[in-house]
Write a protein of this length. Structure first.
Length: 577
């Protein structure tokens, strides 16, 4: 939650991470709601309707669960933050059928195949390093997705337009002032910031996507882990036409600038006609306290980092102050609780690598199907405990990877202790769940937190791999194995034997099934890539969760002649861990 002030035409926004109850913007307190009637009961109430909160509402709707987001802001984001959508995030929106819409929106302002640069100055400065430059052929071997450049003020309105058809409601200008858990669920009290009216809602579950200052996290007594808060930086949102000076650098969504006097970077829009710059260091500052940068100083910083020899018409719209931090919550929910945290409420990362918003969306994806299965009666409430069990340790490593990129790309100081950077494809696609809503295998690699997407392990806890298929019912068009996954569990076999498929049809939990071979139809695998990549032998199957992670492999279990009972037991162990 940002605090805004206006100094002339320039908005000053405080988004720093504040620690300690005396410095926080808002804390929950006692509230007597005994005389308030219940306005509505909902399966899930979400605090916050920014990138992660709104995504969660859409994901729940995709699985058939109604929810409502309450957000104290008047509308969706108006400032261009969080530009890079990584491969796994795009795969998720592909499953919802939204990737083409997002790709079209991204292409309006960015070159989708351009990587990132580190330069001495934006204009004319020496190139120090190139990063995340797309190799479309190599990437297409492991995913049908493409990285997208979508600033938050581009993405959120698109998602808001799509939310209605998924049954996800957003209510802006509404502050959650109190919540409490009881034996039946959660009571939530809201205040309309225009009218001042209070309303009482009840819900089965509450998910807080209420930002890095999360009052919910504090109210739940959850502490942080990680390298910590490393200082305050700023973002300067501007309008000014740099296109006559940029040349080929106009295509890059992010360009870092590192020299003796300045450390920061630019995120450009519309081929360099607008955007924002991140400032970590100037000749006189390495820390920026809120409301401390004037419009004239912001312009001076801009010209210094840009490397322009003359001034151009330049408008500074806002200066945002934010914390350079690498933090992960110790808990994402309490045991047997009905309150969860996600996104910035659960973790804060440096912007290097674009992992913060992407990780939050992936939190929401992990939690959404589990809430849906519990609310539909397909799973016990213990399934929800695997949200923390799976996400918290994975995010620990992702925080460290974001921190490593900060050290290498911004600090430019190899003496600062940090992990070795994993390849981008690995970090984006192949984190693994070692334990959780799956039947872990006692084999080599099963405890690894990351794997190489070009040599996937295909074990329980791994992301289901991509393999290209042919659909003869649609003029032999191509599709991915990932496209077979919808709202249900998915069973894949390369053996035409109907034994496991018949067992899947008898389960109380819906399981979609596919036999994939060069002779299968209408969807076939002419080169038998599935058999090779998924390491499937005759008579065996692989079971994939609705979120695209492998839950079980039949060849890792003792052989049984009763496949129906075996599969029933497997699903019970996954859904009631």
């Amino acid at each position: 939650m940002a605090i805004e002030k206006h100094e002339g035409d320039v908005v000053q926004r405080d988004e720093t991470v504040l620690k300690g109850a005396t410095k926080t913007e808002f804390d929950f307190g006692p509230f007597d709601h005994s005389n308030l009637p219940i306005t509505e009961h909902l399966p899930v109430v979400i605090i916050g309707s920014s990138m992660v909160g709104m995504s969660l509402g859409v994901f729940l709707g995709y699985y058939g669960i109604k929810s409502i987001n309450f957000d104290r802001h008047p509308s969706t984001a108006t400032h261009p933050r969080a530009a890079l959508f990584l491969l796994r995030t795009v795969e998720i929106f592909r499953q919802l059928g939204l990737d083409a819409t997002l790709q079209k929106e991204s292409a309006k302002s960015f070159n989708l195949n351009a990587g990132m640069l580190i330069v001495e100055t934006l204009i004319g400065g020496k190139v120090l390093h190139r990063m995340q430059e797309a190799d479309p052929v190599k990437t297409a071997q492991i995913t049908p997705a493409k990285r997208l450049w979508l600033t938050q003020n581009m993405f959120e309105p698109v998602l808001r337009r799509e939310a209605e058809r998924f049954g996800a409601r957003q209510v802006f200008g509404m502050n959650v002032v109190h919540y409490e858990q009881d034996a039946n669920g959660v009571v939530v009290i809201t205040k309309d910031l225009k009218s001042g009216d209070y309303n009482k809602y009840t819900a089965d579950y509450l998910v807080a996507c209420d930002g890095n200052r999360s009052p919910t996290r504090r109210n739940e007594g959850i502490d942080w882990n990680g390298p910590g808060i490393l200082g305050n930086s700023i973002s300067i949102n501007f309008k000014g036409d740099l296109t006559p000076y940029l040349g080929s650098r106009a295509i890059h969504g992010v360009t870092y600038v590192v020299n003796e006097r300045f450390v920061g970077g630019f995120r450009l829009e519309d081929n360099g006609k607008a955007g924002f710059m991140i400032v970590n260091k100037t000749p006189t500052r390495t820390n920026f306290e809120p409301d401390s940068v004037t419009e004239s100083e912001a312009k001076e910083i801009f010209y210094m980092a840009a490397g322009l020899e003359k001034e151009i018409p330049l408008k500074v719209d806002s200066v945002s102050y934010w914390s350079v931090a690498a933090l992960n919550a110790k808990m994402y929910s309490k045991k047997d609780g009905r309150i969860f945290i996600a996104g910035d409420a659960a973790h804060v990362m440096p912007p290097t690598g674009g992992m913060g918003g992407n990780t939050g969306i992936q939190d929401a994806w992990n939690l959404a199907w589990k809430l849906a299965y519990v609310l539909k009666g397909h799973a016990s409430r213990t399934l929800l405990e695997t949200y923390h069990q799976e996400r918290q340790p994975v995010v620990d490593r992702i925080v460290q990877q974001a921190y490593s990129r900060l050290v290498n790309r911004t600090f430019n100081d190899k003496s600062v202790p940090h992990e070795q950077e994993l390849p981008d494809d690995t970090c984006e696609l192949e984190y693994r769940y070692a334990n959780g809503a799956l039947i872990a295998a006692n084999v080599e690699g099963a405890s690894e937190q990351f794997e190489d997407p070009h040599q996937p392990l295909v074990l329980p806890g791994s992301r289901m791999p991509h393999a290209e298929l042919i659909d003869s019912s649609k003029n032999n068009s191509t599709l991915s194995t990932l496209d077979l996954l919808k709202q249900n569990f998915l069973m894949i076999s390369t053996d035409p034997s109907p034994v496991w498929l018949a067992a899947a049809a008898q389960q109380n939990v819906p399981v979609d099934t596919y036999v994939l071979s060069k002779n299968s139809g209408p969807i076939c695998d002419p080169e038998e890539k599935v058999k090779q990549i998924y390491k499937l032998s005759e008579g065996h199957v692989i079971l994939i969760r609705p979120d695209g992670y492998i839950a079980w492999r039949s060849n890792l279990e003792p052989a049984s002649s009763d496949t129906q009972d075996t599969l029933s037991s497997v699903l019970k162990r996954i859904l009631s861990p």
